[in-house]
Design a protein around this ligand. Structure first.
Ligand SMILES: Nc1ncnc2c1ncn2[C@@H]1O[C@H](COP(=O)(O)OP(=O)(O)OP(=O)(O)O)[C@@H](O)[C@H]1O
Length: 415
């Protein structure tokens, strides 16, 4: 029977994870854990749970799950690129050429083995460029390699096919797909080191599209100085900034980790390039997140029981251009340091406030904790940042509510 929760009723949650999400849920007043398979209000599921259970569920009015049914349209590397390319073509067809031209925030990408021949043509056009090959369904840097010689790719292709067909008994058409993506050879470096940004976006509905962006986030640094020397191409610790890879490096400092909070990054950029350039970059990041969501809006199966917390991986190059690398449906919620822990638990607590199981929100809120509503069936208008009056609001890298408790206030977009 359909039911809706009032402010004084207990919210029964389930999760098999035992990291920051568990702590965030346990700390919420009035929330209680349940092991019951059916009788729950809120499930924080992993992807295997979705595959196994979601289709057999008949969800009650009050129940919420943290994934959309076909989340992989955005979070699988090949499908993300396919959807972004399709959106660009669609906009061109509709004559919206200016908007179409803005879909230039993902590196040129081919899906292998299907696009192998067109990839080879592209490769030959610029024979000295470097490419990165990534398996479509793996994470934490597994299976990734760089190459700038077609011979390396051919050898890999052969070995991959043999491994899949002989070792795993797969048919030729089942061989694991990879993407080959143009490698960003001029990453923005700090202290000579490469980094990427992890930014959180929360979608509470795809119809209408409703997007909340978290103000905080972090940069993940490599421990090694960046180099494009051919001899170093095989060194994943130089080229891949995944924490799982960096933790293996000999000079990894487990107390410090390899992360910087987003606001420190923005302060650094302001000091180097000025407020306007830093604001423009944050604005570009916000817009690429939004455009990627608009690109999948029509294919995503909307369901009022579902929401999704995406972990966006974004790189910046030396010209301060932002590049979308990947979107994660299950961003890591384990914490490496106490600062990391504070950020994640705080963000997840704010996320629960937005999802609003307790029905406390009025529906007119534009900010809940560290989350800013940036799109609600259209861009959300807010106070415009001083000195940037021609830009939409900039939520990123302003202070998150939880950070206020420990750190001085930094509403960067108002500086
Ligand atoms: N096109 C690119 N140019 C430069 N560096 C890249 C590119 N693509 C990926 N990288 C680097 O490789 C790392 C891993 O890439 P990616 O996030 O796509 O793979 P993953 O194994 O799925 O990682 P995750 O664990 O974050 O899901 C990135 O964090 C980035 O440092």
């Amino acid at each position: 029977m359909a039911s809706s929760k009032g402010p004084n009723q207990k919210i029964r949650y389930r999760t098999c994870l035992r990291n920051t999400i568990y702590d965030a849920l346990r700390n919420r007043a009035g929330w209680t854990e349940t092991e019951n398979d059916v009788d729950w209000d809120f499930v924080w599921a992993d992807i295997p749970w979705m595959k196994e259970h979601f289709d057999s569920l008949r969800l009650e009015e009050n129940q919420r799950v943290n994934h959309f049914r076909n989340h992989y349209e955005l979070t699988r590397k090949d499908l993300m690129v396919k959807n972004l390319k399709r959106m660009k073509r669609q906009l061109e067809k509709e004559g919206k050429t200016s908007e179409a031209s803005k879909y230039d925030f993902f590196p040129v990408t081919f899906i292998l083995p299907n696009d192998y021949n067109i990839f080879v043509e592209e490769f030959k056009r610029q024979p000295n460029s470097t490419w990165i090959a990534k398996p479509i369904g793996k994470a934490q840097g597994r299976g990734i390699f760089l190459f700038n010689d077609l011979k390396d790719l051919r050898e890999w292709k052969k070995a991959n096919e043999q491994r899949n067909t002989q070792q795993y008994g797969k048919k030729e058409e089942e061989v694991e797909a990879y993407i080959a993506q143009r490698y960003i050879e001029n990453p923005y470096l700090i202290g000579g080191k490469k980094f990427d940004l992890r930014i959180y976006a929360l979608v509470t509905s795809y119809a209408p599209l409703t997007v909340w962006l978290y103000r905080s986030g972090f940069a993940r640094f490599s421990n090694m100085r960046f180099s494009m020397l051919k001899d170093n191409l095989g060194d994943v610790a130089i080229h891949l900034t995944n924490v799982a890879i960096q933790k293996q490096a000999a000079n990894y400092d487990k107390d410090q980790g390899c992360k910087w909070e987003l606001k420190s990054m923005k302060l650094f950029l302001i000091s180097k390039h000025g407020l306007e350039a830093a604001n423009n970059l944050m604005h570009d990041i916000q817009m690429l997140i939004l455009r990627s969501l608009l690109a999948v809006q029509k294919v995503m199966m909307n369901d009022k029981h579902c929401f999704e917390l995406y972990g966006y991986d974004v790189m910046i190059d030396n010209d301060l251009k932002a590049w979308l690398i990947e979107v994660n449906a299950s961003p890591s919620l384990t914490a490496d340091t106490s600062q990391d822990y504070q950020l994640k638990v705080g963000m997840l607590d704010d996320m629960c406030d937005v999802v609003d199981m307790e029905k406390k929100l009025t529906g007119s809120e534009n900010q809940v904790g560290g989350f800013d509503l940036i799109y609600n069936n259209g861009p959300v208008q807010k106070v415009r940042p001083v000195g940037n009056s021609n830009l939409p609001p900039l939520a990123l890298a302003a202070k998150a509510s939880h950070a206020v408790k420990t750190e001085s206030s930094l509403r960067l977009y108002r500086q």
